[in-house]
Ligand binder design. Structure first.
Ligand code: GLV
Length: 322
């Protein structure tokens, strides 16, 4: 029997991370594309000291109880809404995440979605591909202008700030934001103004969501919020799907209460193929790819491995959540 601590890695993260972890433990890696079911995960963690989890794995108290020796849960993500943090803390289990390294890649996707939705890249490209490019149409595929418009950032953390930087410096946008506390860096560098949510919704041409998912932000965007936005407004979400009431968003897009939306996150994920949002030409949906670049995923793998290895031996994590 191996004397090394057992570790279950719930998906094939980049080799860089697996190669770092392997020498430190008796490692089992889940080989499938799809996540292990909750019952399989429960079986797999039995006897484990460490777990590498993904945002698609629900890590709750009963799961933790299936692994009484568990010391470290290293989440391969910056968001940790898939983990019951108080339950882990109560059991003396450390949680690690991967902040910082995916900030720029995520901001790039927020801007990509904003541009694609605003300039109708999505429906016009589909029209071209499917034979509906009949001529250069003076009234066809009209989007909205970007330069000098107003950007509303909801949640001015690292990713919100990186998104605002791109759009302020690149397109000269005026920046409004809503956040729990003032953000002096954004105010100084971008002349950003902290406003009440209602003001942000009414005055912004673009609303980009960067808050984490918690009890206060679940359902933050519903019918009332979309009704307050401009009919020309574009809504972008790269945070978590449940921050948005999707039925209300679909209605707002269908009835043109707002102009368009770009989503990298949905609820559930994957969003079922038959979901109404896919049928709306003014909604661009990406399959949660914000951190999906080679370098970013490698950087996440490195921090994830560092957290795991540190947690196995009781040393401070590179990035600790609790
Ligand atoms: C991705 O959504 C992450 O939280 O890292």
């Amino acid at each position: 029997m191996s004397a090394k601590p057992r570790v279950f890695v719930a998906r094939r993260i980049p080799d860089l991370g697996l190669d770092m972890i392997a020498p430190h433990c008796d490692m089992e890696v889940w080989p499938e594309l799809l996540p292990p079911s909750p019952s399989v995960l429960k079986e797999k963690v039995n006897g484990c000291v460490g777990l590498v989890s993904l945002l698609t794995d629900r890590i709750d108290g009963p799961l933790m109880d299936a692994a009484p020796g568990l010391k470290i849960i290293s989440n391969f993500a910056v968001g940790v809404n898939n983990i019951d943090i108080p339950a882990a803390t109560a059991r003396n289990i450390k949680i690690g995440n991967t902040p910082g390294v995916l900030t720029e890649a995520t901001a790039d996707i927020a801007v990509t979605l904003l541009l694609a939705a605003t300039r109708r890249l999505w429906d016009s490209a589909i029209d071209a591909r499917e034979g509906r490019w009949f001529t250069w149409d003076p009234r066809g595929w009209l989007g909205q202008d970007l330069s000098g418009r107003t950007l509303g950032i909801v949640g001015m953390g690292r990713i919100g700030l990186a998104t605002a930087r791109r759009l302020h410096h690149g397109w000269g946008m005026k920046v409004l934001y809503s956040a729990r506390s003032p953000k002096p860096e954004a105010e100084k560098e971008l002349k950003a103004t902290r406003v009440e949510m209602d003001t942000l919704l009414a005055e912004s041409d673009f609303v980009s969501v960067h808050t984490d998912l918690n009890a206060d932000t679940k359902g933050l965007f519903g019918a009332a919020q979309f009704a307050k936005m401009k009919p020309t407004a574009v809504f972008v979400n790269t945070s978590r799907g449940p921050v948005v009431d999707q039925a209300a968003l679909a209605k707002a897009l269908r009835e043109k209460t707002i102009f368009a939306a770009g989503l990298d996150v949905t609820d559930p994920e994957p969003l079922p193929k038959e979901h109404e949002l896919y049928t709306l030409p003014n909604c661009v949906i990406a399959p949660h790819i914000a951190s999906a670049t080679v370098d970013t995923r490698n950087a996440m793998a490195r921090i994830c491995a560092e957290n795991l290895i540190a947690g196995l031996t009781g040393r401070p994590l590179t990035a600790s959540v609790n």
